[in-house]
Design a protein around this ligand. Sequence first.
Ligand SMILES: *Cc1c(COP(=O)(O)O)cnc(C)c1O
Length: 222
Amino acid sequence: MYVCSVAVNIEKYRIVSNELNTKNVTLVAVSKLQPVSHIQALYDAGHRDFGENYVQELVDKQAKLPSDIRWHFIGHLQSNKVKYIASFVHLIQGVDSYSLLKEINKQAAKHDRIIPVLLQVHIAEEETKFGLNAAELEELLQQLSNNLLPHIQVKGLMGMASFSDDKEKIRKEFRSLHQLFATYKEKGFTILSMGMSGDFTVAIEEGSTLVRIGSLLFGARV
Ligand SMILES: *Cc1c(COP(=O)(O)O)cnc(C)c1O
């Protein structure tokens, strides 16, 4: 009898992760809305970097899963929830305001940590309130340059391309993000997080160092 208990595509995982390894690109498996058993299956296959979008879900899963998992927060983080993840989060991707950075700094200090973060840049055509434009990024980096927030470390940039089938449009958006990344490299930026299941190949061609892949590994989210 064939019992399909795990929907994780381990075969696909091995192919993708080997390919990314040879290119020195970090794979973050986006496990939002996936049960703990699916994460455990990928963990058992050797994977350690997982990405979650929702604080409560992340906290619940972190408590149930092995402690050497590197948890990436990739959703929109509200200031009043930083305290729940500050003790363990590996990288907060997608910060776009000084006030949030201040709160992360404050909570990190309580745990005697330096929390690495990425700044989110808005590159897609779609209207959204999340992400900085180039001028806002410059302004935020200016604000940070006086080192008043010693418990955060800005490691680079993160962005999401338009939801589109137009590969050239997506390519242009990733290229513009890579250009910004290159501009600020002397700040010690090492991580450029761009690329998801549908567009990670283009993202890597345009200089991504970290991709966030969910549905390709776990199947469609319910
Ligand atoms: C859900 C999500 C992903 C993964 O999307 P897939 O298309 O399933 O690979 C990547 N990045 C962010 C910010 C997400 O919210």
